[in-house]
Design a protein around this ligand. Structure first.
Ligand code: DLL
Length: 426
């Protein structure tokens, strides 16, 4: 039930199911969402024009700005009285994006999270420490419902209050923890401070997501919390957490629950659909959502699609770890840099803790990147080595500042902002 047949269908059957579900979604949008009907008419398409999956590329994208333009619930396809829950995304500027769910959607949400947690190693009867924030953020409540669906005993800790989290980890001895990767490191630090050794806890699995993280962070979390860590991906516009998850036996790319979410990878500038295997922006259609079905939603997340894998029996495709967002891409003197690339360099330089912060400034016409990071024994040699390695591996010249342990901002359980941009408008 938690690895249903729909994850393992022969490809032709899966594609036929997707086509049928996309056609039904287009019909609903046409009939029930005037804003979508207007968009289709402007693009010169009707639902009947989707005869093959390849035809999808002729239909318009939905962007975050569309949700803002129709704030709060203008893209909803269900009557207000049938809605059962509202979430909102953090929104870095202006109004938040509001998303709505009816009973049918909440049921799908619980199912895809249950499937994600199952892929992550969780099994009915285990105890689950849920440190994603509860509230308007989809992380807490979304993961909670899926954990209950799977049959886990859920501890709804939410984010923050680290000392209490540590008490609960020690007292309740959960098997599974879910939180952001940066917060997993904060918890590991707290446990080490209390003299708890990795392995003293019962913890076995960590389900980490909501922010980009590097492969080396996985190793750090695995060692320090003595767990196997998998990547959970999702976004509130599409559903919340549970669009995809890695299988704990492989830890190499997250299986997309393609029976509900249709993925495409497109070129970030032209929107042209790219073949599987190529890097680009992930675009998702939430085929089975009834209250808020979104067509070709432009996630802004940079990834690529990988084939399913025979060893787990799943035929649905996987997505590579998110490299960054097309909009948090740092362009430094013409070079594209994602914060995760810097993180990977730091983690490769073993003796440095994975806590870092990036500040962008401008002197005259030139942009500068200062990378602050924590280390136990600051030295000019280490600082120079970081600068050299970033130049060699990422291709940009940066300034490195070493700080004492515990001085840089920590995750409070939510998403950690790694970059402060002080460059202003050009
Ligand atoms: O972050 C949903 C979520 C909660 C996912 C808990 C995983 C775990 P939003 O607040 O709408 O929803 O933010 C969505 O966060 O477009 C990505 O840029 C980023 N993101 C989410 N998961 C990952 C991940 C939730 N595993 C935005 N790796 C997305 C990298 C991620 N980035």
């Amino acid at each position: 039930m938690f690895q249903p047949d729909s994850e393992c269908l022969p490809e032709a059957q899966l594609r036929a199911l997707q086509l049928q579900r996309l056609q039904a979604m287009l019909e609903r949008q046409w009939a029930q969402v005037p804003a979508y009907r207007a968009r289709f008419e402007a693009a010169g398409v009707t639902p009947g024009d989707l005869r093959r999956l390849e035809d999808l590329r002729h239909f318009p994208f939905t962007r975050k700005s569309d949700l803002r333009d129709h704030y709060p619930l203008g893209l909803c396809a269900a009557p207000r009285a049938s809605l059962r829950r509202i979430h909102a995304s953090s929104g870095t500027s202006g109004k938040p994006t509001v998303v709505a769910y009816d009973d049918h959607d909440l049921n799908i949400f619980a199912e895809v999270v249950a499937r994600s947690l199952y892929a992550a190693g969780a099994r009915p009867g285990m105890t689950f420490h849920n440190a994603y924030g509860y509230g308007l953020f989809t992380g807490g409540l979304g993961t909670h419902a899926g954990a209950e669906r799977l049959g886990l005993c859920t501890v709804p800790v939410s984010g923050g209050a680290t000392e209490r989290q540590l008490d609960l980890l020690l007292d309740l001895q959960p098997d599974v923890i879910a939180c952001t990767p940066s917060y997993a490191l904060v918890l590991a630090e707290g446990l080490a401070r209390r003299g708890v050794r990795p392995g003293d806890l019962q913890l076995r699995y960590a389900v980490l997501g909501a922010e980009p993280w590097a492969e080396k962070t996985r190793q750090a979390v695995q060692e320090r919390l003595h767990v196997q860590a998998t990547n959970i991906y999702g976004l509130s516009e599409i559903i919340g957490p549970g669009v995809s998850n890695e299988d704990v036996r492989e830890q190499s790319g997250s299986y997309i629950w393609e029976d509900h979410f249709y993925p495409e990878i497109v070129h970030p500038d032209t929107g042209e659909v790219l073949p599987d295997g190529e890097w680009g922006v992930l675009v998702l259609s939430s085929m089975t959502r009834s209250a808020l079905p979104l067509l070709r939603y432009w996630t802004g997340d940079i990834t690529r699609l990988l084939p399913g894998d025979n060893t787990t029996g799943r035929s649905v495709r996987r997505m590579a770890a998110i490299q960054g967002r097309s909009d948090d891409l740092i362009i430094l003197r013409g070079v594209n840099v994602y914060p995760t690339q810097l993180e990977a360099v730091l983690l490769r330089l073993g003796q440095i803790s994975p806590h870092y912060h990036v500040t962008l400034t401008r002197t005259g016409l030139l942009d500068d990147l200062t990378l602050q990071l924590e280390c136990d024994v600051p030295s000019a040699a280490l600082r120079d080595e970081v600068q050299r390695q970033v130049k060699a591996q990422v291709g940009v010249t940066i300034r490195c500042e070493l700080c004492a342990p515990g001085t840089l901002p920590r995750s409070e359980g939510g998403k950690l902002r790694r970059v402060t941009d002080l460059r202003g408008e050009r």
